[in-house]
Design a protein around this ligand. Structure first.
Ligand code: NDP
Ligand code: MG
Length: 380
């Protein structure tokens, strides 16, 4: 029986993690559940899973009488406080955005393992997170499907360092669209992902391939791999979730139906696999798997992300901040899809790079970049 705190419980990953708990109630005990502002959804989950600790960043008007016995935390630091109070064996962080970075760092301090879906924590604070994990001897188990695939392919590798990591990408809903069509796409068009059902921010990131850029940065930190040994392969069927190439030319891949509950369950049960009655892979029915090179001309966000990580220092923090502002503006109807890449590029040009020595530096560069992006947004 493993005790678990689930951060971002009301989201896409959070809810699917709770499906795993439902499927194996004898293996997991939920100690804490957190959300940002969706109080009613969190109340319902608390009634079902009975955690002793809960948190909401936005304090609701009332806490129902039957939930008053829970140890509640509210406000901007509520997620971190809940992690500290619960101090469970495992923390699964499914918060979206850099907002999850403080809780990721706190989880490494108080828990045995961090199961990480919140890729923006690594994009912005990757060196800090990985150094802390190494210094404290705490494992980080990836939840993101590509990174879970690579992590699975690396089991039993012995002393053999991988020669390259291959991240697959579905290509998203605009894979076959012209640059002009992509430029003018609306939120409704971007939210129709062909193979995965996810929260709104990552769905928009996928449509512009920013997500794959963020995932290259995530893989660089998680697996200590130089950027030029991380390759991207567009694979529209989303059956091969990623691959590892070794020195002898052998390539190991992890395959399966595109169901996030598989990598989530793998992280939760690691090193054991949790039996799960999801759909099974039927390769004869799928019949063919296809592959393409990524196209950074039509998907400039991918190029911007890779350039930002090459520049290093505060630049990935600026990239992430500008992207969070741009995706929000796009989802609110303020800009069309092409405006996302333009705002990110303009913010990167306007923010001078700097070094990062501490989490406070990350939050300061993030704050500055958000202010610059908000100002540039008025002129788009
Ligand atoms: P969702 O938007 O569906 O859910 C986000 C969750 O985080 C919600 O519970 C939300 O609470 C909470 N939250 C939002 N903002 C804050 C904040 N500022 N502080 C604390 N909690 C907050 O996102 P997803 O589940 O899609 O994604 C979560 C993370 O996992 C992202 O980093 C994403 O990139 C990554 N990921 C997601 C995949 C997917 O399939 N969805 C696949 C791979 C990675 P509330 O409901 O109250 O707003
Ligand atoms: Mg992914």
């Amino acid at each position: 029986m493993r005790e678990l705190a689930l951060l971002g419980a009301t989201g896409s990953i959070g809810r699917q993690a709770l499906d795993i708990v439902r499927a194996a109630p004898d293996r997991f005990r939920v100690r804490a559940l957190t959300a940002h502002s969706n109080a009613d959804a969190l109340f319902a989950l608390i009634r079902e899973f009975r955690p002793s600790v809960a948190a909401l960043c936005v304090r609701p008007d009332v806490i129902p009488d039957d939930l008053k016995g829970v140890d509640w935390y509210f406000g901007p630091d509520a997620t971190v406080q809940a992690v500290r109070a619960a101090a469970p064996a495992d923390v699964l962080s499914a918060v979206v955005g850099i907002a999850g970075l403080p809780a990721a760092l706190e989880s490494l301090k108080v828990s045995d393992r961090l199961l990480l879906a919140n890729k923006e924590a690594l994009v912005t604070g990757g060196s800090l997170v990985m150094n802390m994990a190494r210094d404290l001897g705490k494992p980080i188990v990836p939840v993101d499907s590509e990174h879970s695939a690579i992590f699975q392919c690396l089991q039993g590798r012995g002393d053999n360092a991988p020669a390259a990591l291959w991240l697959t990408a579905s290509g998203g809903p605009f894979r076959t669209w012209t640059a002009r069509e992509i430029e003018n796409a609306t939120p409704e068009m971007a939210l129709g992902h062909p193979t995965w059902r996810m929260g709104p921010k990552i769905t928009v990131d996928c449509a512009g391939m920013m997500n794959k850029g963020l995932e290259v940065i995530e893989a660089h930190h998680l697996f200590g791999m130089p950027l030029d040994q991380i390759r991207i392969l567009v694979h529209p069927q989303s059956v091969i979730h990623s691959m590892v190439e070794f020195e002898d030319g052998a390539v190991l891949a992890q395959l399966g139906v595109p169901d996030m509950r598989v990598p989530i369950g793998y992280a939760m049960g690691y090193p054991d696999r949790v039996p799960f009655r999801g759909e099974r892979l039927d390769l004869a029915r799928i019949a063919s798997l296809t592959f393409e090179e990524p196209d950074t001309a039509r998907f400039p966000c991918l190029r911007l992300a890779l350039e930002a990580q090459r520049a290093g220092g505060s630049t990935p923090v600026v990239l992430n901040a500008a992207n969070e502002i741009a995706v929000g503006a796009f989802l609110n109807g303020r800009i069309l899809f092409g405006g996302i890449a333009r705002l990110v590029e303009a913010t990167l040009s306007a923010c001078p790079g700097g070094n990062i020595y501490s989490a406070e530096d990350v939050f300061e560069y993030d704050r500055q970049a958000r202010a610059v992006a908000a100002e540039l947004l008025k002129r788009l």
